[in-house]
Design a protein around this ligand. Sequence first.
Ligand SMILES: [Zn+2]
Length: 266
Amino acid sequence: MRKLSMALLAGVALVGCGGPEASEKAPMSWEEFRASAINDEGDVFVVNGDEAVEGEQGLREYYDAFVANGDVGSSEGSLAVYYLSGRDVKYSATQARNLTYCISSSSFGTRYSTMVSAMNSAAAAWEATANVNFIHSSSYDSSCTASQTGVFFDVRMVSGQSYTARAFFPNSSRSARNVLVDSSAFGNMGAWTLTGVLRHELGHVLGFRHEHTRLSSTGCYEDANWRGLTNYDSYSVMHYPQCRGSQTGDLVLTSMDKTGARALYP
Ligand SMILES: [Zn+2]
């Protein structure tokens, strides 16, 4: 999630959502797009606020797909799954039941136990409705890095980032499969809780795109690489509030989010 969202919740007017969306405007040039992407740790770039793509090549591919599909996507059918080259970007049934992760005890420090329970709660929300299983492999917490192959993904704390947290999609390689949580997520986030932010991030981990990319009228259109699982839902856990979203409280799964998640992981 982007930090901008909190400003809106605090009553501050915002203009747009940043990132590569370009509704009703001429497409950004590659140079402009490249300059707008945030180079995160390792070889990862952050686009659309909190989504990771890998390397300059990945960024270029994302840009090319975005420009090629620069027209506005259809709102026909709350949840939208990442969709590339005619295929859903999702896990096999087996992998979906074995999403192991570690939580870096050294990076979270005194916030470690808070983080463990927030991840448990956020994971439980998706597990309660879809056939997915997140497993905390705590034996790796003391060596929880981007190169830890004992887990499917790592959860670490960072600081001074433009995002509150960022995640990855099912097609990411191990080094990019991180959920990074900025230290600001442990401060006052208005209506949002840490668990709420993680519910949104784990939605990306499962393959769900930002709901606000489905309509140009949100002002936050990103690209057309998605497939609707249900009708558009302005209350979706995957919808940024500042993009004409309807959710003013914490980020929670709506009944349409649950229906969509079950449809993808029955
Ligand atoms: Zn997001």
